[in-house]
Design a protein around this ligand. Sequence first.
Ligand code: KIV
Length: 280
Amino acid sequence: MKKITLLDLKAKKDQGKKITMLTAYDYPFAQMVDEAGIDIILVGDSLGMVVLGYESTLPVSMEEMLHHIRAVKRAVKRAFLIGDMPFMSYQASVEEAVRNAGRFMKAGCDAVKLEGGQEVTDKVEAIVKAGIPVLGHIGLTPQSIAQLGGYRVQGRNVQSAKRLVQDALALEKAGVFGIVLECVPYQLTKLITERCSVITIGIGAGPYCDGQVLVIHDLLGLTLGHKPKFVKTYVNLAPQIKQALFQYQTEVKEGIFPDFSHAYSLSEEAWGAIKKAVED
Ligand code: KIV
């Protein structure tokens, strides 16, 4: 099985073939995503909300990310693996950004992702200079939620749209191999994708990106509560899982499970010998 490389991703853009990307945070999900043939697996800091139960991505630590990256890495044979740098792992200084990006690579990542535009290009340049591929992320950047004033679509007015285009071009100049566009109107996404030579990956950014990403728990119907407009739930697993749990509970209470088909047994000869030994 051939491992996906940056050259394969770039070739897809050049040939007009769509790039597929999904999040995964643990061994079994990563194995399924990898075997399904998805191009890129992102161990996103969305982990904080969908797996660890935090209210935002802000509390997620480097150690938590590394723990999950290592589990995912053990499952991945083919997909390009990206680790999402958590809040305050790259913002404070260029040195810290390079050191933390290096820790992700040592844990098995093929690249790192970080949020922000012109304000993070010094970090992007330094990480790329260290030989580490970087995926940018602009538009709705959840780590800056306090500054953005909530989870809302970005680039809706001239000032904000111009800023997004400038951010994309600045990231490209700083050396990113691609940019995630989150919650951006599709007309603006199209313009950015046409103007940038690097790949664009959309989430809530319409059909004109070079690729698409979703949080796997959203796609599988495993996230409870509010679901953004851009999410498509391909299977609603949460009710099916709950139904299985209720059935298990009922069957244990009523003595239906386990039956003898789920139990181990001894041969008559072995049981006879054991019984005799125990009774003597
Ligand atoms: O953390 C994450 O899962 C992400 C994707 C939604 C792009 O950043």
